[in-house]
Ligand binder design. Structure first.
Ligand code: PEP
Ligand code: MG
Length: 882
């Protein structure tokens, strides 16, 4: 196999080897589209260079051969003083990382060929403009000269020549820029742009390889979970020029609106400019529809290419093109990034248009995107204090403090502040600030600018191209058209869906998708798309979806959101505040106090349980017996000790207080999370189990009397052995008998939570005493890793994530290799012993889009997650079944 492939190579292009850009270029050539000739140096070559520090033998020869093909096809030669071939050298990894790696354009120019280019194009100014771009790009990417220094050189020459801007400099002026740019390289890097074009090409390829390991590329990969060892391919392509005058230009076109999914002309066009000018956002382009007026023939050709590409990819395409002297060239195509709303719209529309099936549509949307669509939006009614408006570049609402640079954003966010990053435009080195921010606002750049593309990919609200926005980094003030707007640190509200920025903290309202889920009639194409895909997910999925809910209103909402029952009703919340003392008295009180407290506890719970069972409307409800660690029910020992010591010191010792303190001290535990909690409390105080079970059975009997349906399950937390669950089953049976004697038998099922490693390993035995099992993956993660679920994410996990020791927190997404193994062992054990035993998952992971596929493959029966995650779990469960 070769290290280099021509774009025209037949066969299915291999993304892993050619990178995304290289594979798509190859495909476009196969489709007969107008692509400038070139070749791709493979990711394998990159990996070898990065690993071994030297180019693989044979690479130089491969490049020679393919370069010769480009020379033949263009009729130009690299370094030819009369008809020089110029090359673009661009990165292209298998997974798109927009703007994160390097590019060098106009490779092949030197003091001699610049004259040849001027003669062969009849445009001396153009030739020198290319040359100064090469010096600058080569200087930045290969020699490491800071971009600002080149900008400084350019600004100086512009001023000295009395020109308005760089575009107004003549050939002589640009020649000075080249000279001074080279002098700058010499000063900073100790060398200038080499005059040998082949050396330029080799160094540019090496620089692109090296940019794979640049800071911003690494950060981007961490943020998006891309592996570090893939490497990038390099695409070397004959230059075409959008900067050859008014009949030339460059642009970006989307086949549908990447923000909303609407059909139409979306994209931007910049006349007399080169590709990177659009993406950098340095100049604001005109809407693509204007190309129709500027150059009708090119516009028509472009529309036809857009149609070809969309039919081929059967998806939204994002196309970079250049018009050179009235001739259209396609430089790049990729399946376009899109906002969450556009993802649903486009998927549903393509089904409607007969281009894809519903199954395919379901694969193209994610639970993560649905999460975004359920976020609240700014309340338009409270929109009195709009202070700025720009392009609605990435939808969503956010409120935060203004910060004016990436470092400040990172610092404030680390202290837990929500921050809104306000920049003239963003570049790749603003990425850390964007990751830290809850919204981005830029003064320049369109919907395809770096800020917009990256924000959409991250689901970050963004308003771009706020005309007239001036950011003064010295005084940390922001003005609009000369008038002071706000200062760094002020709170603003950003609506990326409308492109508006408001002063102060705005009220938020439920999104239209959430309103629809709540049962409101909402007529919008987005809601129709979400409804269609969710319905398909429901038809497809094999996993049941229940909710974790404790109160009747929460259960009712969960049912509206599509929950098929309650998989976890945590009862601890019923003992917050004053109610806590019921449990305290059961634990510490005299016999009389204890009996009284147990009666009170039953009364309270009976009412709550009836509400929850009723709200579920006959769907199964899993009531979990008390689980909270002891210290959450007992008064604070230190506080009690201090009070009784003070009383004694004042000469008025308080006997009752001292006895209470002593009692609490007897129950004090060093490690409450692994102490007297869950099933252990039930074993030590069986009367607590009886009281809770009686409450549940009485509640059910109450409903039965009222003619209301119910389906009751009781569940025992923190079980580690079959003996424990057998013992609790006896207490529950006792309660059932008690209630049966008075009110008739209440049907129920008793289940065990599997949330200790021992329970997982002995599930085969536990299941002989349980009607169902439910994985408590929160505790199972805590106990498997030996990590505190309450502290780890604040104390040291951030460090693990930063340094790449961990890709995600095991509390957020299931740790497949560790906790996942235990789950698999438990499922196998349980099913081996009792084939049809229902198994659920009720830890946080059940609502995590990234974990649901894995849980589905394990073969569990249902997920149970918080009400707001229910639609997400439905969608992901549908996707997991495909
Ligand atoms: C669990 O541990 O995963 C669980 C669902 O129980 P809790 O979060 O209440 O401990
Ligand atoms: Mg638990």
């Amino acid at each position: 196999t070769s290290y280099v492939y021509s774009f025209g190579t037949p066969g299915t292009p291999d993304r892993d080897r050619l990178g995304g850009k290289g594979a798509e270029l190859a495909r476009m050539v196969q489709l007969g589209l107008p692509v400038p000739p070139g070749f791709t140096v493979t990711t394998a070559a990159c990996r070898q260079v990065l690993a071994q520090g030297v180019r693989p033998a044979g690479l130089a020869g491969d490049i020679d051969r393919h370069l010769a093909l480009v020379e033949d096809e263009t009729g130009r030669r690299l370094g030819d003083p009369e008809r020089p071939l110029l090359l673009a050298v661009r990165s292209g990894a298998a997974i798109s990382m927009p703007g994160m790696m390097d590019t060098v354009l106009d490779v092949g120019l030197n003091d001699e060929t610049v004259a040849g280019l001027a003669r062969s194009t009849g445009n001396e100014r153009f030739a020198w403009d290319c040359y100064r771009r090469l010096v600058q790009m080569f200087g930045e990417t290969v020699l490491g000269v800071p971009a600002e220094r080149f900008a400084g050189v350019l600004a100086d020459v512009v001023a000295e020549h009395g020109a308005a801007d760089a575009a107004a400099l003549d050939a002589a002026g640009l020649r000075v820029v080249v000279e001074r740019g080279n002098a700058l390289c010499e000063e900073i890097a100790g060398r200038t742009l080499p005059q040998d074009p082949r050396e330029q090409l080799d160094l540019a390829i090496d620089a692109v390889f090296a940019s794979w390991n640049g800071d911003r590329a690494r950060l981007y990969r961490r943020r998006f979970g891309i592996a570090d060892d893939l490497g990038t391919a390099v695409n070397v392509q004959a230059m075409v020029f959008g900067n050859r005058g008014p009949r030339s230009g460059t642009g970006v076109a989307f086949t549908r609106d990447p923000a909303t999914g609407d059909l139409g002309d979306y994209g931007e066009y910049l006349s007399d400019a080169q590709g990177e000018d659009v993406v950098s956002g340095a100049r604001t382009a005109v809407p693509l529809a204007r190309l129709r007026e500027l150059d009708l023939a090119s516009y028509r050709r472009l529309r036809s290419v857009m149609g070809t590409l969309e039919r081929h990819y059967r998806d939204l395409c994002d196309i970079e093109f250049t018009v050179e002297d009235g001739r259209l060239w396609i430089l790049q195509v990729r399946v376009g990034k899109r906002s969450p709303a556009a993802a649903f719209r486009i998927a549903a529309d393509l089904v409607e248009e007969g281009m894809i099936t519903e199954d395919e549509a379901l694969v193209r949307v994610t639970g993560e995107q649905l999460t975004q669509l359920m976020f609240p939006q700014l309340d338009a009614g409270s929109a009195g204090s709009e202070i700025a408006a720009g392009l609605a570049a990435s939808p969503g609402a956010a409120v935060g403090r203004v910060v004016l640079d990436s470092a400040t954003a990172v610092a404030l966010a680390a202290r837990g502040e929500d921050v809104v990053l306000v920049r003239p435009e963003t570049r790749a080195d603003d990425l850390p600030g964007m990751v830290a921010a809850c919204a981005v606002v830029t003064a320049r750049g369109g919907r395809t600018s770096h800020a917009a593309v990256v924000a959409r990919g991250m689901g970050l609200p963004a308003v771009c191209g706020v005309d007239g926005l001036e950011i003064d980094l010295a005084t940390r003030q922001v003005a609009l058209a000369g008038e002071r707007l706000f200062a760094e640190g002020d709170v603003v509200s950003v609506d990326g869906g409308t492109g508006r920025v408001y002063r102060g903290r705005h009220r938020t309202v439920p999104s239209e998708v959430t309103r629809w889920l709540e049962g409101e009639v909402v007529a919008s194409p987005l809601v129709a798309a979400v409804a269609r895909l969710l319905a398909h997910a429901d038809r497809t999925r094999r996993l049941g979806v229940r909710a974790n809910a404790e109160t009747a209103p929460d259960v009712a909402r969960a049912v509206r959101f599509g929950a098929e029952g309650v998989g976890l009703c945590r009862t601890e919340h019923m003992f917050l505040g004053e109610r806590r003392t019921y449990v305290e008295r059961v634990l510490l009180g005299s016999d009389a106090e204890r009996a009284e407290a147990l009666r009170g506890l039953t009364r309270l719970q009976r009412e709550s349980f009836a509400g929850v069972l009723d709200a579920a409307g006959g769907r199964p409800v899993t009531i979990r017996l008390l689980d909270a660690p002891l210290h959450e029910f007992l008064p604070d020992l230190t506080e009690l000790s201090v009070c009784s010591a003070l009383a004694r010191e004042r000469g008025r010792p308080d006997r009752a207080l001292e006895e209470r303190t002593a009692a609490v001290r007897r129950h004090h535990e060093q490690n409450p999370m692994t102490g007297l909690r869950g099933v252990r409390l039930s074993i030590v105080r069986p009367e607590l189990v009886v009281a809770q079970a009686v409450a549940a059975f009485e509640a059910a009997a109450d409903l039965r009397e009222r003619g209301r349906p119910f389906d009751l399950e009781l569940m025992v937390p923190m079980v580690s052995s079959a003996e424990e669950i057998a013992e609790v089953a006896r207490s529950v049976g006792e309660a059932a008998d008690q209630v049966a004697a008075r009110r008739g038998r209440v049907p129920y099922r008793l289940g065990a939570m599997v949330e200790t490693p021992r329970a997982a390993v002995t599930a085969a035995r536990i299941v002989t005493h349980a009607d169902f099992l439910s994985f408590g993956t929160n505790d199972l993660t805590q106990l498997t890793w030996g990590l505190s679920r309450d502290d780890a994410e604040r104390s040291f996990l951030p460090r693990y994530l930063e340094t790449g020791l961990l890709r995600t927190s095991p509390f957020a997404s299931i740790d497949e290799d560790g906790v996942g193994r235990l789950l698999a062992v438990a499922v196998d054990g349980a099913r081996g012993a009792r084939d049809a035993v229902p198994i659920g998952v009720c830890g946080e992971h059940a609502g995590d889009p990234a974990s649901i596929g894995f849980l589905a493959r394990l073969g569990v029966d249902y997920l149970s997650c918080s009400p707001f995650r229910v639609p997400i779990a439905r969608l992901e469960a549908g996707r997991a079944a495909l």
